[in-house]
Every structure is written in C-alpha cells, then in structure tokens.
Write a protein of this length. Structure first.
Length: 137
C-alpha cells in the first residue's frame, strides 16, 4: 500500500499524476516474476479538495508509466460542489496480460484531470494498493 507523500496540485484541464505504485526514490517498479496471465488491479481512495469554484468535470485514470490511460472513471457531476473535499473510492482493473509487467516492470499511475478549475489531491485520506492478480490459465 502506498500513501501519497504530499498534496498534489492538479492544474485545470491538465492530467496530473497523483499517486505512483512506488515511493519516491525507490528503484523497484511493479514486476511480474513469471510470464503468466495476470490482471493489474488498483484500489484505494482519493481525497480531493475542490476550489471555491468546482470543476465542470473530474476524471481519474489508471495509466501506464508513460502516462497512457488504461482505464478511467468520471466522477458524477453532483459530487462537484464548490469548496468541498470529496472522498471517493477508486477501483481499476487493467487488461489481462502475460507481458505487461514482465522484464523491468512498470510504475502504474493514478492520474487526475479537472476540467475548468484546479483541484488538490490531499495526501491525508488518499492511498492506493497496486496488485497483480492471477488470470485464467
């Protein structure tokens, strides 16, 4: 389990990495030791502080190390209330693969994009667990 180390400012309409699968300065990414089919699964919680004016849309994504989104979740607009802190559980399941995390491995990312207004992902209350779960054999 990895907790965010510090608050992360998400600039308006910019995809920003909020949580990595590894702590800062740790050189070991998420690595699959045997080439078997696995599902990458990420679950956790994000505490997001909305500004005095809430964004018009808010999207959280699970992305590869390069930043390519694999799965996304768009928050229901009713949650986007001015000056609120929203606590939202996240759960992503990536594609079944026997090679995505082999070799040097990957540093999966949780990214946030707020349309129209900036937000802050708070360190306190935000965490994620990154797992590789056995797929079909």
């Amino acid at each position: 389990m990895l907790n965010a180390n510090a608050d992360v400012a998400v600039v308006s309409s910019t995809t920003t990495t909020a949580i990595h699968s590894q702590a800062a300065g740790v050189a070991v990414p998420l690595i699959q030791t045997n080439p078997i089919d696995v599902y990458p699964i990420i679950w956790g919680n994000l505490a997001i502080l909305l500004g005095a004016t809430a964004p018009t849309a808010l999207v959280v994504s699970y992305a590869t190390t390069s930043g390519t989104a694999i799965a996304s979740y768009t928050f229901p607009p009713v949650l986007l209330t001015n000056a609120a802190t929203i606590m939202v559980p996240i759960y992503f399941v990536g594609p079944l693969s026997s090679t995505l995390y082999t070799g040097v491995g990957k540093d999966p990312l949780i990214q946030v994009n707020a349309t129209g207004q900036a937000v802050t992902v708070k360190a306190v209350g935000s965490s994620a667990i990154f797992e590789l779960v056995l797929g079909v054999e």
